[in-house]
Design a protein around this ligand. Structure first.
Ligand SMILES: Cc1ncc(COP(=O)(O)O)c(C=O)c1O
Length: 388
């Protein structure tokens, strides 16, 4: 029998890998499952992007190993997008590292900052990779519960001094998955100051930067003066341009950490397939109107779902950004019981809040990556069960 490492035997199954199997099993029983769980954009990538990918594919030069740190033209496209979108200048090659999606950037960042025994301050609820990337280097997460009444912002000042003595990293994620909360400038300023005082690195995960509603524009942490001294930020084309399957994102900000990630990554993989890099350049140069039109579709879905949830007596807030609705479960259910009930009895698959940590108890996460017609089917099924 193969002796597996502590690293791998201590990892839980990745929820969404497991979810696919549960859905497939249900469908095999003839159930028409409405999937409101994973944040996997159902809308297609922009046609210009697909075209650029196909053209680049036909050039044999692009079939060779790509550049470890990404093409210069991609760095320039990222820097241009960042300047236009956030008003922040980034130095190509020094403050930018293209990635195969932002997920790997979480793992690399943790590995570049943490030693065994260190602590990573982890707002709870959290995207599960924050935990596995910390425990995989024998460091420990320290949970910072985020509560509805404090706008899902963690209480940094309440962290015990003995924890701060061992803390090296602070994860932040706004627009937040799963709560859909957004951070304001005052919180980001406080976080940068806090990181400076306690010698922490902030890894701000901004995978949902460009999914926003009603004219709201989420802030980049790097807009805060001095943030680059203590922080890096992760961006992704997965949700921004419906390019989840392309696998492309980037780490930007503090140059020491960006360079460390580049070093680690070059020892593990060999860069991003060039046609995907060309496709990303095309996407990053799309007009702002493309984002607005796509977000209008999500906004309709959001409004339909919010109205439906309220009619069922569920507690929901209109999200200003992100792909999710974070809904309070009806009285008498835990998060898991409610999610299992909807799945077993109604073929509606959504994610219990506790999949994102203990502070998620009492909530479920509903994804908006499903067409309105399917959302309506889910709401009709729920209405039949809950409203007599
Ligand atoms: C908060 C958050 N961060 C990072 C990711 C990873 O995205 P990707 O690797 O596709 O860029 C996701 C994906 O769902 C996410 O929700």
């Amino acid at each position: 029998m193969v002796q597996l490492s502590h690293l791998v035997t201590s990892l839980p199954p990745f929820h969404f890998a497991n979810a696919k199997q549960r859905i497939a099993d249900k469908q095999a029983q003839g159930v028409d499952v409405v999937n409101l769980s994973v944040g996997d954009p159902d809308l297609p990538a922009p046609p210009q992007v697909v075209e650029r990918l196909c053209t680049a594919m036909r050039d044999g030069e692009n079939h060779r190993y790509p550049e470890y740190r990404g093409m210069r033209a991609l760095h320039e496209a990222i820097a241009g997008w960042f300047e236009r979108r956030f008003g922040v200048a980034l130095t190509p090659e020094q403050e930018i590292m293209p990635l195969i999606g932002s997920k790997e950037g979480l793992v690399y960042s943790a590995a570049c900052v943490l030693n065994a025994g260190d602590i990573a301050l982890t707002p709870d609820p959290y995207y599960p990779v924050y935990i596995s990337s910390v425990t995989s280097v024998n460091a420990q997460p320290y949970m910072l519960p985020m509560r509805e009444e404090s706008g899902y912002l963690p209480d940094l000042e309440g962290i015990p001094t003995e924890v701060l003595a061992k803390a090296r990293l602070l994860w932040l994620n706004y627009p937040n998955n799963p709560t859909a909360a957004c951070a304001d400038r005052a919180f980001f300023e406080k976080a940068v100051d806090f990181a400076r005082r306690y010698n922490l690195v902030i890894v701000h995960d901004m995978a949902y930067a460009e999914v926003h509603y009603e004219g709201f524009r989420p802030l980049s942490l790097l807009e805060i003066p001095g943030a680059k001294d203590v922080a890096v930020e992760l961006h992704s084309l997965s949700k921004t341009y419906n390019m989840a399957g392309f696998r492309i994102g980037m780490l930007v900000g503090n140059r020491e950490l960006v360079n460390a990630v580049a070093l680690l990554k070059s020892n593990i993989d060999s860069g991003i397939f060039r046609p995907v890099q060309y496709a990303a350049i095309e996407a990053l140069n799309l007009p702002e109107s493309w984002i607005q039109e796509r977000n209008a579709i999500y906004q309709h879905r959001r409004d339909l779902m919010l109205e439906g949830c309220r009619a069922l007596g569920m507690r929901v807030q209109p999200s200003k950004a992100g792909l999710y609705i974070w809904a309070g479960v009806p009285e008498g259910y835990t998060s898991r019981q409610f999610a299992d009930y909807l799945f077993d009895k109604m073929g509606i698959f959504l994610t219990p809040g506790t999949n994102f940590g203990p502070a998620g108890e009492g909530y479920v996460r509903i994804s908006l990556t499903t067409p309105e017609s399917r959302i309506q089917i889910a709401l009709d099924r729920m209405k039949r069960a809950f409203v007599s």
